[in-house]
Each structure stands twice: as structure tokens, then as C-alpha cells.
Design a protein around this ligand. Structure first.
Ligand code: KG4
Ligand code: ZN
Length: 339
């Protein structure tokens, strides 16, 4: 078999195009990041993102094909993220994918961005079902139970902010550039959990999360200290914040793994790059040797098209082919078994 999928991702602030062979080998994975353009605004500006995608998309497609040493005639299908994400950003990738598929008479495979994040783990090892996935990104925090390829059941999710969003908001208070997750993670390793922020919902018998209370507690603490003229230690603030996020994520994930007959635990999304979270889960999972912990390498945790190509392989097997009138779906969620 030599299945070659051209995959396109443009849901947020990275334009990315990859060529994936047989759903498991990355022949190329071009990622054009726009972070520098958004930093001065403290977050992603949708109109700026769309404009960058327009400028980058054809270059990325050409680079991905060249690096993979593949010509359009070799390809089996074109895959594209259709949601969730910023509608204007998604539409750029979608239009490029549709035009490419039409011009080269290739099937079009619509991919849910969050399914892509989970399938980034496929580049580490084959997935074994049933499995649990902890999906932690800038827009999502959810526990997803999968009994087979292409079947997603959200068993718990955040009731307010996503974990990555909390990192970015707290980073702003600390005066860090956007996105701040990586830098807070670095500072947290130097500091100590001295401020003991709340661990919201940690003892509740469910799989849901809440991070807005932690964010408020953090901001109030910093403002009160400022008013009193006290100096706080940024490294300890970062460590205390991170300890709270990680404790809750780990506690809920372990509870989910105890309650469902899972063989693997996948950690996915931008926040899966967090060293504190990775280490805490590695330690916690030592008590569950029958469950294999699978975390994608750092370069595949953030948004990229390789992960979209990995899931597209499954979409093709299941013949979940899109039509050329496919539209972006900015707030699509996993219901049971869909793209
Ligand atoms: O998955 P992703 O690249 O984009 C979305 O689909 O949202 O996730 C981006 C998020 C940002 O909020 C960023 O601050 C966070 O992932 N992030 C981290 C780390 N690296 C990136 N959060 C905590 N620790 C990190 N090392
Ligand atoms: Zn993402």
C-alpha cells in the first residue's frame, strides 16, 4: 500500500501542510507560525490570521510536496480541518483543499481538528482501544473516550475556560508574551507552590473541569498584593498556578481511567507539551501498568497538519468523504462517531 495524503490545517494561527504515508509516516510537515504578528495584540486577531493564511497557504502546499518528493499525481486524497476554529482561518485552508482536490480529481477528507490532536499519538505507536484521551488546548479541555477508530465520546469537559486559555490569561497578568504556556511551564520548574491556589472540582464525582475560578484567584492575589505594595515571586506564582492546573487534570484523568476499561491514555493538544503535566501523569500512571501512556513529541502537540493527515487515513478507510460544497464549522464538537 502506498497511500499518500496531503493534509491542510489552518484553524487558528498556524498555516500547516503535510504529506502523510499510510497514516503513520510523516514525509513532510510544514508549519508557518504567525505568533509574532499576534503577540502585540496579546492574542490571535482573526482578521490578521486569515490574511496570513492567504499569503502562506500555496507556499506551504508547494513546500510540503517538494520536501516529501511527491507530485500531485502520486496523491491518494486531500484532507483538511473543517472545524473547530476561527471561521475565516478555516475557510482559507478549506478553499485551498477544495481547489486542489478538484484540480487533481482527488477525494476530499474533512477532519475535526480535535480528532487530529488525538491522532498525533499515532506517530508514536498504533492506538489500542478502548482508550481515553485528555485533550488540552487553547480552546478545549476534555476527556474523550474512544472504543474504536473514529468514535469519540466526550465524558467530561471544562465548564468555562480551557486550560491553555487559563495559561494565556494568567501569563498576561505576569507580563509574559502570548501564548504564555511554555514560559509559565519554564518558570514553574524554578519556583515552588507557595500560594496554594484552589483546585476546582477536584473532589467532585464527575469528569468536568473549571479553570475560571483559578484564573480569578490568581488575578485577585496579584492585584491585592500590588495594592498592599507587597512583592510576589513570579516563579512561585507560576509554580502555584501550574500545580493547581496539573493536580486537577491528573486527578480527573486518573478517575476516568479507573472507571472505563481503557488500554491506553493519550494526552493531546498544545498543553500536552507541558513538562509539569507530562511528568505528573507519568508518575501517576506508574500505579496503572496495564494502561499505556502515549504523549506525542513536543513538535506534534501544537497545531500541525501531520496530525490531520493521521486522522484522514481513518476517515478514508471509513469512506467519510466530503463534497466540494463542504463548509467550515467553527464550533463543531465530537458527538458520537463523526468526522
Ligand atoms: O493546540 P494548540 O496549539 O492550539 C489550539 O488548538 O488551541 O494549543 C495552544 C495552547 C496555548 O494556550 C498555549 O499557551 C498552550 O497551548 N501551551 C502550553 C504549553 N505550550 C503551549 N500550555 C502549558 N504548557 C506548555 N508547555
Ligand atoms: Zn489545536
Amino acid at each position: 500500500m502506498n497511500e499518500l495524503i496531503l493534509a491542510i490545517e489552518s484553524s487558528c494561527d498556524e498555516t500547516s501542510v503535510a504529506v502523510i504515508q499510510n497514516g503513520e509516516t510523516i514525509l513532510s510537515n510544514i508549519v508557518a507560525s504567525q505568533i509574532k504578528s499576534h503577540q502585540r495584540f496579546g492574542g490571535v486577531v482573526p482578521e490578521v490570521a486569515s490574511r496570513h493564511h492567504v499569503e502562506q497557504i500555496t507556499i506551504c502546499i508547494e513546500d510540503a510536496l517538494t520536501e516529501a518528493k511527491v507530485v500531485p499525481e502520486d496523491l491518494t486524497a486531500v484532507a483538511v480541518t473543517y472545524g473547530p476554529g476561527l471561521v475565516g482561518a478555516l475557510l482559507i485552508g478549506l478553499s485551498a483543499a477544495k481547489a486542489f482536490a478538484w484540480a487533481h480529481d482527488l477525494p476530499l477528507l474533512p477532519v475535526n481538528h480535535m480528532a487530529g490532536h488525538i491522532y498525533a499519538a499515532r506517530f508514536v505507536k498504533p492506538l489500542v482501544f478502548p482508550l481515553m484521551a485528555l485533550l488540552v488546548s487553547g480552546g478545549h479541555t476534555e476527556l474523550v473516550y474512544m472504543v474504536e477508530d473514529g468514535s469519540f465520546e466526550i465524558i467530561g469537559e471544562t465548564r468555562d475556560d480551557a486550560a491553555g486559555e487559563a495559561y494565556d490569561k494568567v501569563g498576561r497578568v505576569l507580563g509574559l508574551p502570548y501564548p504564555s504556556g511554555k514560559e509559565i511551564d519554564r518558570l514553574a520548574h524554578i519556583g515552588q507552590d507557595t500560594y496554594h491556589f484552589p483546585r476546582a472540582m477536584i473532589h467532585e464525582d464527575n469528569y468536568d473541569f473549571s479553570f475560571s475560578g483559578l484564573k480569578s484567584a490568581f488575578i485577585n492575589h496579584v492585584h491585592n498584593a500590588e495594592q498592599r505594595g507587597e512583592t510576589l515571586v513570579p516563579n512561585d506564582l507560576a509554580a502555584s498556578f501550574q500545580a493547581s492546573v496539573v493536580d486537577v487534570l491528573v486527578a480527573k484523568t486518573i478517575r476516568a481511567c479507573q472507571s472505563f476499561p481503557v488500554k491506553q491514555l493519550i494526552v493531546a493538544g498544545g498543553v500536552a507539551a507541558n513538562q509539569g503535566l507530562r511528568e505528573a501523569l507519568e508518575t501517576a500512571m506508574l500505579d496503572y501498568p496495564e494502561i499505556e501512556l502515549l504523549i506525542p513529541p513536543l513538535r506534534l502537540c501544537g497545531d500541525n497538519a501531520a496530525m490531520i493527515g493521521a486522522y484522514a487515513h481513518i476517515a478514508l478507510q471509513k469512506q467519510r468523504i466530503g463534497s466540494l460544497d463542504l463548509n467550515a464549522d467553527p464550533s463543531v464538537s465530537f458527538m458520537h462517531s463523526q468526522n
